[in-house]
Design a protein around this ligand. Structure first.
Ligand code: BGC
Length: 749
């Protein structure tokens, strides 16, 4: 049989195979498969865990030989599946390659701030090139969950709060990973996650309940997933949360009616890690029942939970599911393997020679440096404190200044930390031959007992409690104060270690911890100019810092080349051009806060008490969506519209002159927003509908043009129809979501 399979495949190259030849191949393969072997294809084993059916570890290879595992990692697993299982069906190998593999790039939230789809695609391409020679052919990325809650640690993994931008970013990832030929040895299959709405977990607490109206789903959350599927993403991952009170993993409306019947998705769906088993906790059945629900909903592969392999044959005997339902799921998994050319060239993703050439190669590292610089958002720069001059005496302080691993952020592929460039090292590299750099850590990350020990409790019950030595804390601070005495400038590198963002890393207080703030205050008290360099995985609440610190650079978790890329910005080799893709609130109490909110019936009015506002803080954010400074300044002219009045399905041209009014060449992200102020449902104050990233020399003016079509005016009405309604539209173009020029048009149907 194995020989027959191969013969069928080698006759024609895979890229020339038709749907028909794939069907024939899979029909013939499936006709040979036993029920157990089919269920095996639906079973992803990660080699960890101790769930009921399969004991992991050494046993795993035995199970692979028996055809009980369809997805797993490692060369030995692959070899056993190909050479020692009855039908030789290769395992598919997935991993979380979300911002680079060995060459770890800035976290996805940082990358989104580049507003540069080509560079995001290049990043994903490099990720695929590296991962695909090291045994991986499937990545659990992109994460396209829209979130308006920076308490949720997983905002680090996504593309920000906006559905329009998020959709385009999602597509750039898919293009980068999958290229134009999924069967090629250097492309990998994308897995769009977490379908769906995972980013809207209540109170920003990971894995928490999601509850939202259908109209919000369709308008503000679902389009990113659809965009990725439209781009051809080969697989999807279910979310942990409920949707309409039914867990996404067992939600037939979501997984079949919407995803397959309405959107036409033809790839396969894997659950999130043990998400079927977790449906028991959601309170919708026992293991056998939830596995049935998941299969019937449209799930094809069970990640790690072993509920399919463990219970579905019994459920089949009891008539609760049909063999056809198992076949459908099995077919979809086999199709993915076929598209990756795994049957024909199973070892093409294990290529030591290619690995030695591409993993962390100079070309990839230099891209990582470029993207680290391009992801830095300049939040404040009084009196042009930045860029720093060369050859200064610089005091570098802060717990993130000399940290290697924290630069990687969540889900990093880099294991060996020797190649990671710290921010301190980057400054040393770029500061100039006569510069004097002194370093002091200055403070712990936190002295908060709960925060320090929460992870310890989870990892190891016997682990020693972490305690802070107050004397050491004082010594750290004193050293920082003493090295700053002779400095021309202080660079304070503060923020969050990598474990404070990503999965299961929600925070209820997103300010900089007290001990780091104390360090910052001590630095400000020296009277020296202080540059605050932030390294973190989410928007932070920075009111204090914004009030007192003259220059603030948000650098996120910037990857293996963090230090060099950040130093490029600090010393002006790269003029920052990134803009926030998530709103920075003034404090946690404002959350959820996002730019495309609705207007209430009682908009804020300080002359009237009974209007929508807080007593203790303005309604506006500290830094709005789309915000970010440059070392130069840009001036916007007025918007020129091609028409003041339009009818029907035509086009509107909007033009604006943007001038570099400063002394340095720079890039500007020119943003287009539209508002529909009167419609059958209440609409957002404005919605992003386009952007251009332009480069301008000092004094140069460019006319930036946008073409607006009726598609840009469409929205979901209360019948969930996607259409536009005629009337007045406000067109805004500007440098961020708040500072815009305005014009309006009357556009009837
Ligand atoms: C996460 C997913 C991830 C999976 C596999 C889960 O816990 O939610 O995003 O892809 O683990 O690592």
């Amino acid at each position: 049989m194995k020989q027959l399979l191969i013969t069928l495949l080698v006759i024609i190259p895979l890229s020339m195979h038709s749907q028909e030849s794939m069907n024939q191949f899979i029909d013939s393969l499936m006709s040979e498969m036993s029920l157990t072997e089919k269920l095996g294809q639906l079973n992803l084993s990660s080699g960890v865990g101790d769930l009921p059916v399969i004991t992991e570890g050494e046993g795993k290879i035995e199970y692979i030989k028996q055809g009980l595992i369809g997805a797993s990692g490692g060369y030995n697993s692959l070899k056993a599946s190909v050479e020692e299982s009855r039908l030789g069906i290769p395992v598919i190998t997935g991993r979380d390659i979300i911002h680079g593999y060995k060459t770890t790039f800035p976290i996805p939230l940082a990358l989104s701030c580049m507003w540069d789809l080509d560079r995001i695609e290049q990043m994903a391409r490099i990720s695929a090139i590296e991962a695909s020679c090291d045994g991986i052919n499937w990545t659990y990325s992109p994460m396209v969950d829209i979130s308006r809650d920076p308490r949720w640690g997983r905002v680090a993994e996504g593309g920000g709060e906006d559905v329009w931008l998020g959709s385009r970013i999602a597509q750039a990832y898919v293009r980068g990973y999958q290229g134009d030929d999924l069967s090629a040895a250097n492309t990998i299959m994308a897995c769009v996650k977490h379908f769906a709405l995972y980013g809207a977990s209540e109170a920003g607490r990971d894995y928490n309940t999601v509850d939202m109206s259908r109209i919000s789903m369709f308008q503000d959350y679902l389009p990113t997933y659809k965009a990725a599927f439209d781009e051809g993403a080969g697989s999807a991952m279910s979310a942990f949360n409920v949707i309409d009170m039914v867990p996404a993993t067992g939600n037939r409306w979501l997984m079949t009616e919407l995803l397959r019947e309405q959107w036409g998705f033809s790839g396969f769906v894997v659950t999130d890690f043990t998400a079927i088993n977790e449906m028991i906790n959601h309170g919708v059945g026992n293991l056998n029942e939830v596995a049935v629900k998941a299969l019937k909903a449209g799930i094809d592969m069970d990640m790690v939970g072993q509920s399919f392999i463990g219970t579905l044959s019994q459920s089949l005997k009891e008539g609760k599911i049909t063999e056809q339902e198992i076949d459908t799921a099995c077919r979809r998994v086999l199709e993915a393997k076929y598209k990756l050319d795994l049957f024909h060239a199973p070892y093409q993703y294990h290529d030591k020679k290619r690995a030695s050439e591409v993993l962390l190669c100079e070309e990839h590292k230099s891209k990582a440096r470029e993207l680290a610089a391009r992801s830095c958002v300049l939040l404040k720069n009084d009196d042009q404190l930045l860029p720093l001059k060369k050859n200064l005496n610089i005091a570098v302080v802060g717990p993130l200044a000399n940290s290697r691993t924290d630069m990687l952020g969540t889900w990093a592929g880099t294991r060996d930390t020797t190649d990671i460039v710290t921010i301190l090292q980057g400054i040393i590299n770029e500061a100039g031959p006569k510069a004097q750099i002194q370093y002091a850590r200055g403070s712990y990350f936190t002295e908060d007992d709960y925060l320090l020990n929460v992870n310890r409790k989870h990892k190891n019950k016997d682990a020693k409690k972490i305690t802070i030595d107050p004397k050491q804390s004082q010594r750290l601070l004193n050293t920082a104060i003493s090295i700053s005495k002779n400095a021309d400038v202080i660079v304070a590198v503060l923020g969050e270690p990598r474990s404070w963002s990503g999965e299961a890393a929600s925070r209820s207080d997103i300010s900089i911890p007290a001990c780091q703030q104390k360090l910052l205050k001590a630095m400000l008290n020296t009277g020296k100019p202080v540059v605050l360099v932030l390294s973190n995985g989410r928007p932070l609440a920075l009111c204090q810092e914004d009030q007192h610190v003259p220059a603030i650079l948000e650098t996120w978790h910037a990857g293996v080349e963090a230090g060099n890329g950040i130093a490029d910005v600090l010393f002006g080799h790269y003029n920052p051009s990134a803009k926030l893709t998530m709103t920075f609130p003034r404090n946690v109490g404002q959350i959820p806060i996002y730019y495309n909110h609705k207007i209430t019936g009682r908009p804020i009015d300080h002359n009237h008490k009974f209007t929508s506002k807080y007593l203790d803080v303005p309604n506006t954010p500290l830094y709005p969506f789309g915000y970010g400074l440059s070392y130069t300044t840009f001036q916007y002219g007025n918007i020129e519209l091609s028409n003041k009045q339009l009818k029907g399905n035509v086009k509107l041209e909007a033009k604006i002159d943007v001038t570099n009014s400063g002394k340095t060449a720079g890039e500007e992200v020119v943003q287009l927003y539209i508002q529909d102020p009167a419609a059958s449902v209440s609409r957002a104050v404005k919605e992003l509908k386009g952007f251009r990233k332009i480069q301008l020399q000092p004094g140069e003016t460019q006319t930036v043009e946008f073409t607006i079509t009726c598609d840009d005016l469409k929205f979901y009405n209360s019948k969930l129809e996607y259409d536009w309604e005629g009337g007045l539209f406000n067109i805004y173009i500007g440098t961020n979501s708040q500072e815009v020029q305005a014009a309006s048009i009357n556009w009837t149907k």
